[in-house]
Design a protein around this ligand. Structure first.
Ligand SMILES: [Zn+2]
Length: 345
């Protein structure tokens, strides 16, 4: 089957590769319609690895996908040929201890699309467990369906934050995950979300949404911005969504006494933080690794019109132009948020 293959670091090819096409028991065969390009896809392309995950053999990229059911394996109920769906890319071992705790996203045995050695879904057909496949409501497009995966990370962050109605939050980083975390926080009850970045273009995109207060870090420090917006009290919640080591400096000084810091971005190495500043506020610290039990909630919000992710899709490419799409994503244009590839119409 034809697929976008990362041959090795820095080398992409649209070519034939052997992939499973027959659904086994509990699985669906899905014709892929739309796939979003993720920062992790770009990272594997540019660097050939993320932490301990190393691209040692050719790997199909892509994990943010929506499509149509075209085959149904034995024992599957609730799906019919022609159903429009999106898919959760991580498949845990459902008998594992982590899965039994409901924390299947941190099951050490989880197999995740386009994470070596597991192939991704930039290809016309995939097979996937029905248990991790979700119906798209009629008013949710394939493009929006392919946005559910990155949005689910923001949703997981909002859920971990345990937002109280009327909270003020701050998000560090206005990349796709930062903006989607801010949108999840607003739909979870935050009255205002301060979103900070060094990119004027990214902040302009974030600022289009009601409730988001953009902060340009080239003009004002985060501490100053938070003091100004909260009368010196501090925000109830901070979401760190940049993963940049500098963002952690003074992070606990941003929250009010008893506030919460939610760590979403993955820094490249160890970062120093002031434990004394955390203790002085009795800070609560939460961490987010992907998501669990979130896709259906994300779809419910999108379908209800509470969250509009469409403005974040800043470019759409044909499957045949996949390599060009990756070149553009790798260029990291400041006014790009999410690029998508239409695998089939
Ligand atoms: Zn992603």
């Amino acid at each position: 089957m034809r697929a976008l293959v990362l041959e090795r670091q820095g080398e992409l090819a649209l070519r034939d590769i052997d992939l499973p096409t027959e659904p086994r028991a509990g699985e669906l065969k899905i014709a892929i319609r739309t796939v979003g390009i993720c920062g992790s896809d770009i990272h594997y392309y540019k660097h050939g690895r993320i932490g301990a995950y190393v691209v040692a053999a050719p790997m199909v990229l892509g994990h943010e996908a929506a499509g149509v059911v075209v085959g149904i394996g034995a024992g599957v109920s609730g799906f019919a040929i022609g159903d429009r769906v999106c898919m959760e890319p991580g498949i845990p071992d459902l008998t594992s201890r982590a899965a039994k705790l409901g924390r299947y996203n941190v099951d050490p045995a989880v197999r995740f699309w386009a994470t070596p050695p597991v192939h991704g879904v930039l290809t016309p057909y995939v097979v996937h467990p029905a248990a991790f496949t979700y119906h798209l409501p009629d008013n949710v497009s394939f493009a929006e369906g392919a946005m559910v995966e990155p949005f689910a990370i923001g949703m997981q962050a909002a859920a971990r934050a345990a937002i109280a109605p009327g909270d003020t939050a701050a998000v560090l980083g206005a990349g796709p995950i930062g903006i989607m975390t801010a949108l999840a926080a607003l739909s979870g009850g935050c009255a205002r979300v301060i979103v900070a970045d060094f990119s004027k273009e990214k902040l302009a995109i974030a600022a289009r949404y009601d409730g988001i207060v953009p902060v340009d870090l080239r003009q004002v420090s985060m501490g100053e911005a938070v003091r100004r917006e909260t009368g010196g009290w501090g925000v109830d919640l901070v979401f760190e969504a940049s993963g940049h080591p500098d963002a952690f400096k003074g992070i606990f000084e941003l929250i009010r006494p008893g506030g919460t810091v939610v760590l979403v971005g993955l820094p490249p190495g160890e970062v120093p933080v002031s434990i004394a500043a955390a203790i002085a506020r009795e800070a609560r610290i939460e961490t987010v690794f992907r998501y669990a039990n979130i896709f259906d909630r994300a779809l419910a919000l999108i379908s209800a019109g509470k969250v509009d992710l469409k403005p974040l899709i800043t470019g759409t490419f044909d499957f045949e132009d996949s390599v060009a799409a990756f070149e553009r994503a790798a260029a990291g244009r400041p006014d790009d948020v999410k690029l998508q590839i239409t695998v089939s119409d």
